[in-house]
Design a protein around this ligand. Structure first.
Ligand code: UTP
Length: 292
């Protein structure tokens, strides 16, 4: 596994006005922006080329992964070694590429924008607004092992969500009850009554390039968007095998796409800060005591 596609072109309308002039993928979670965690996760799992699918107003993501030589030189000259270390320059050896999704036609269309970049090798898709945290950070490696073992067109990460939240996600219809399972089907945003399980797509995928052909045949759904889930469904209907890998008990997906989940993510990461977490814990606890 060496290539990952990270779609970051979406408008983030659920986070307005915060996202009016700042990409949601650059929002701070603790000390770092969301995309920094994603790049760390990709590197830890063997990715060495990252293609961002960007759009208007997303240049701060390109700037973030640029070397920024003048800042580095200034910090060196002033002897600010701690600040230099915080920049974590060792991430720079990864190769970053950027292309634009020229029309915002949904996540499926964003992935399709990578088709000229991918030749015949499998590739990871990691959504730019979701952090996978906890456990041994090896979800993608487990997915890759599943991909290598089974002749399949795709492997998708799934997390269990409460029943009343299934309508927000792509939901698996698993063939078995195992941690790694083959999919009988996948449904985009089902009603609670129609949901085949509580297993929701968790922002990480590995695809065989055959997905591009399926995406081309996928007709736009609600709001004129090309849904990635619908293309995966086509793969299954064509007789391709698609597998699911469950997040472990210790792995969590932090979705930065809405205010409630963004707030939760920020608080959890800030409370875990090695330097300031403990004081913050006391502050929050006093604050809550004052409320009761
Ligand atoms: P979302 O499904 O949350 O969509 O994107 P969105 O448009 O960003 O947000 P809302 O619904 O308006 O609040 C999941 C990931 O896919 C990317 C987003 O940038 C985000 O990282 N995405 C989504 C694209 O790259 N292109 C799209 O057309 C849609």
């Amino acid at each position: 596994m060496s290539i990952a596609v990270v779609p970051v072109a979406g408008l983030g309308t659920r986070l307005l006005p915060l996202t009016k002039s700042k990409p949601k993928e650059m929002l701070a979670v603790g000390r770092k922006p969301v995309v920094h965690y994603i790049v760390e996760e990709l590197i830890e799992n063997g990715v060495d080329q990252i293609l961002f699918i960007t759009g208007a107003g997303k240049t701060s993501i390109e700037n973030y992964f640029d070397l920024n030589e003048s800042l580095v030189n200034m910090l060196r000259e002033r002897g600010k070694e701690d600040a230099l270390a915080e920049l974590q320059l060792d991430y720079m050896p990864v190769k970053y590429y950027f292309t634009r999704q020229r029309q915002l036609l949904g996540l499926g269309h964003a992935v399709q924008s990578a088709s000229d970049f991918i030749t015949d090798q499998p590739f990871v898709v990691a959504l730019g607004d979701s952090i996978i945290h906890g456990g041994d950070a090896k979800l993608l490696s487990r997915m890759q092992a599943c991909f290598d073992k089974n002749e399949c067109a795709a492997v998708i990460a799934f997390e269990t969500v409460p029943k009343n939240e299934v309508y927000r996600y792509g939901i698996a219809h698993p063939k078995t009850d195992d941690d790694i399972f083959e999919l009988a089907d996948i449904v985009e945003k089902p009603t609670v009554e129609d949901a085949p399980s509580q297993l929701a797509v968790a922002a990480r995928y590995i695809f065989n390039p055959v997905i591009f052909e399926a995406l081309q045949r996928t007709t736009p759904g609600a709001g004129g968007e090309i849904q990635l889930t619908d293309a995966i469904r086509l793969l299954i209907q064509d007789g391709h095998r698609v597998y699911g890998v469950r997040l472990t008990e210790n792995e969590r997906r932090f979705d930065i796409g809405s205010f409630p989940s963004y707030y939760r993510a920020f608080i959890e990461f800030a409370l875990a800060d090695p330097m300031y977490g403990e004081d913050l814990r006391k502050y929050v606890s006093d604050l809550l005591k004052g409320e009761s």
